[in-house]
Design a protein around this ligand. Structure first.
Ligand code: SOE
Length: 410
């Protein structure tokens, strides 16, 4: 059964004044870009949403004692640890939030689940299918004990995406024919961007594929409500060696280059077509070398009865075309997804007062806490993360065979 404490005060937990729901301590491993984003989610969720359990930012963990203490102060964590095993062992930590590179996800997640903790793990779930399988098996065993494990595909929690899923599930698009998704960034255009962990297979598992492709595979499967069953893929590494970094840079910042160069062991870009279980066709493009594209995630779904289109750079908007309307007056119309009836919006600002990237992490924290409090299966679960991992593996296999169609499951 889940361990709950009620030792925190409402002020500590960020609950609205006068509200006292049980507190759950969060321990976060990693504090770079994703750690900062998750901290924002944990700090804000209880101030905006009426939560059945409220998060307390108990401790953050990183290897450098001085830097992790500074991160704790900056992001509002009560304590700092330098060994993730000590973080997991803390009595005031009931949720372990993993924001480290992929090479440590499996070890930390399995240990945390076995120690009786709930787990939130950044995407991609792991660096290999075998690791993702072990994590999913550990999550299933923990589920029987009342614990919850969720993978951080935060873009499901853009209100327009959650609403799009609702429209698809209601049949407003009818049978899907096409799913078209792209995720484009440009921080690797510069050939002198240093060789950080995201460019090393042993740390990141893959390149644009796991970093960005994982998001769009999850989004496509979530929005369509069905799995990818096979892929035909090409990947490319345009810049094959890069300067070694002088020091570990934070987030996507280039940081200073040191002496010497090292080999890039992951893809810069991945392109693939796919079949979904229903027979719908999909196309995916993930790259970190698309000059001028900063965080450009786009989705289009075409069905028998209509279409939906979305662009993350205009994330409060969803375009919808209802093909059952008379052709003379139909066409794509812009829905401003800021009404209180839209997902998550009941707790935010009045209509038209837009949300942004950071809010997806607030929604993620909210949904995890609801799953814990109500004992419901979390979404996306580790099993969802594993489904994505299998698609990534099939993409790599297909790319190695020169775009030969590769089934996701044998
Ligand atoms: C880097 O490409 C990155 O930080 C991804 O790792 C995140 O998952 C994405 O949300 C933003 O870009």
């Amino acid at each position: 059964s889940q361990t709950e404490t009620d030792t925190g005060t409402a002020a500590e937990a960020g609950a609205p004044a006068g509200v006292r729901s049980p507190a759950l301590g969060v321990g976060m491993v990693g504090y770079a870009f994703m750690g900062a984003a998750h901290s924002q989610g944990w700090r804000t969720a209880g101030r905006v949403f009426d939560l059945p359990v409220r998060p307390v930012l108990a401790a953050v963990c990183g290897r450098d004692a001085v830097a992790v203490r500074a991160a704790a102060d900056q992001h509002g964590w009560a304590a700092a640890e330098t060994d993730w095993r000590d973080l997991i062992a803390r009595d005031d930590v009931q949720i372990v939030d993993i924001c480290t590179p992929g090479d440590s996800h499996a070890e930390i997640a399995v240990a945390a689940l076995e120690a009786g903790k709930h787990v939130l793990c950044e995407k991609p779930l792991a660096n290999s299918v075998a690791e993702a399988e072990a994590m999913t098996a550990a999550a299933e065993r923990a589920r029987a004990r009342g614990q919850v494990a969720m993978v951080g595909f935060n873009y499901r929690r853009v209100p327009a995406m959650t609403y799009a899923r609702r429209l698809v599930a209601q049949g407003r698009l009818g049978a899907l024919r096409h799913v078209r998704v792209t995720y484009l960034q440009d921080w690797l255009v510069d050939p002198d961007f240093p060789l950080t962990w995201r460019l090393q297979r042993e740390h990141a598992g893959s390149g644009a594929l796991g970093d960005l492709g994982a998001h769009i595979v999850d989004l496509a499967q979530y929005l369509a409500g069905e799995p990818v069953v096979g892929v035909s893929a090409m990947t490319e590494t345009f810049v094959r060696s890069r300067p070694l970094p002088a020091a570990a840079p934070a987030g996507l910042a280039a940081g200073a280059a040191g002496a010497g160069r090292g080999a890039v062991t992951v893809d810069d870009a991945a392109l693939f077509t796919a079949r979904l279980a229903s027979g719908a066709l999909a196309s995916f493009e993930a790259t970190r070398t698309a000059a001028g594209r900063k965080n450009a995630l786009s989705v289009e779904l075409n069905g028998e009865r209509g279409s939906l289109a979305f662009d993350l750079e205009r994330l409060n908007e969803l375009s919808f075309h209802d093909h059952t309307e008379p052709a003379v007056s139909s066409g794509f119309r812009r829905i401003l997804v800021t009404e209180p009836q839209h997902p998550y919006l009941e707790a935010w600002w009045p209509p038209g007062h837009a949300l942004g990237y950071e809010h997806t992490f607030v929604h993620q924290a909210r949904d995890l806490l609801h799953a814990i409090a109500t004992g419901t299966d979390p979404e996306p679960s580790f099993a969802d993360g594993l489904r994505v991992q299998r698609v990534l593996a099939a993409v790599e296999e297909s790319a190695q065979k020169n775009a030969i169609y590769t089934p996701v499951l044998p």
